[in-house]
Design a protein. Structure first.
Length: 277
């Protein structure tokens, strides 16, 4: 009876060990993420207490400002380019009479459904989520959490809950802002390129006619789920850095990769469920 060479047997054992380790690590990772979400939901009911709100509210407003408001500039720049590019391409293929109607359809199909949420989520991850991971990581390495506990301050109300609530609101705000800037930049192209442009109100109404309640609801769900998952993942990986500052860099890299994958899956999954017949 023929037997496998020793090298092949070792290779098989190595593959099984690697696969088992991969499954185990990802299972622990998912349990941690679900656990953090559970902690946030359970802790949020205690915000009715005045002493909890005094800790939470200023940090929530600061997080909302840093995450949502201060990110609008880069969001607007990208949205302006996309809106202008989409409209300039349409000028080459369709007549001016059908321009508003066709742009409304393409805007909903390309920008409102997919590009707006996706690009806004990437901006949130690159700009804000990495900062959260870095901050949590450095606090863990320098043992600042022990100091907070010794002072009777629960880090959940200082770090987890502000991110848990601010990220979804910020992402929804970025969705809306991205769409508005796209519309404005597209109309600027019309005003500059067309000798007899339609009115801005007519142009906006032609776009709004294409947007349904279902599409608004799907985008809201994308913002809520995406914001929560991005925020919780950033805290999870930051909290794993415990021994050295080198772990903080690794945590940022791993966090960004996981956030991009999770947000992409949320967007694609919801779009397929909602728009695929």
């Amino acid at each position: 009876m023929a037997t496998q060479p020793v090298d092949e047997q070792r290779s098989d054992v190595g593959f099984v060990d690697s696969f088992g380790r991969f499954v185990r690590e990802n299972a622990i990772y998912l349990v941690d993420i679900v656990g953090l979400i559970s902690v946030a939901l359970k802790s949020s009911k205690h915000l009715v207490r005045a002493n909890r709100r005094r800790i939470f509210y200023p940090l929530f407003m600061r997080q909302l400002y840093n995450t949502g408001v201060r990110a609008l500039y880069i969001n607007a720049v990208i949205a302006a380019f996309i809106g202008a590019l989409l409209m300039s391409r349409l000028f080459q293929y369709i007549g001016n009479d059908l321009l508003s109607e066709q742009y409304g359809y393409l805007f909903v199909l390309v920008v409102f459904r997919e590009l707006g949420p996706l690009i806004s989520g990437i901006i949130l991850i690159a700009r804000s989520a990495t900062a959260i991971t870095s901050e949590i990581g450095y606090l863990r390495v320098t043992r600042e959490f022990q100091v907070l506990y010794s002072l009777g301050i629960n880090p959940v109300y200082m770090f987890l809950l502000p991110v848990f609530f601010a990220f979804p609101i910020s992402l929804l705000l970025m969705f809306v802002y991205f769409d508005v800037v796209c519309i404005i930049s597209a109309y600027v192209v019309i005003a500059v390129s067309d000798n007899n442009p339609v009115s801005f109100l007519t142009f906006v109404l032609s776009i709004l006619d294409q947007i349904t309640i279902n599409e608004i609801a799907i985008n809201a769900v994308k913002a809520i789920l995406g914001g929560i998952v991005i925020g919780v993942i950033s805290i999870h990986f930051g909290a794993r850095a415990t021994d050295s500052f080198d772990e903080v860099s690794s945590a940022i890299s791993n966090s960004t990769t996981s956030q991009l994958m999770a947000f992409f899956l949320i967007n694609v999954g919801l779009s397929m469920l909602a728009y695929t017949q």
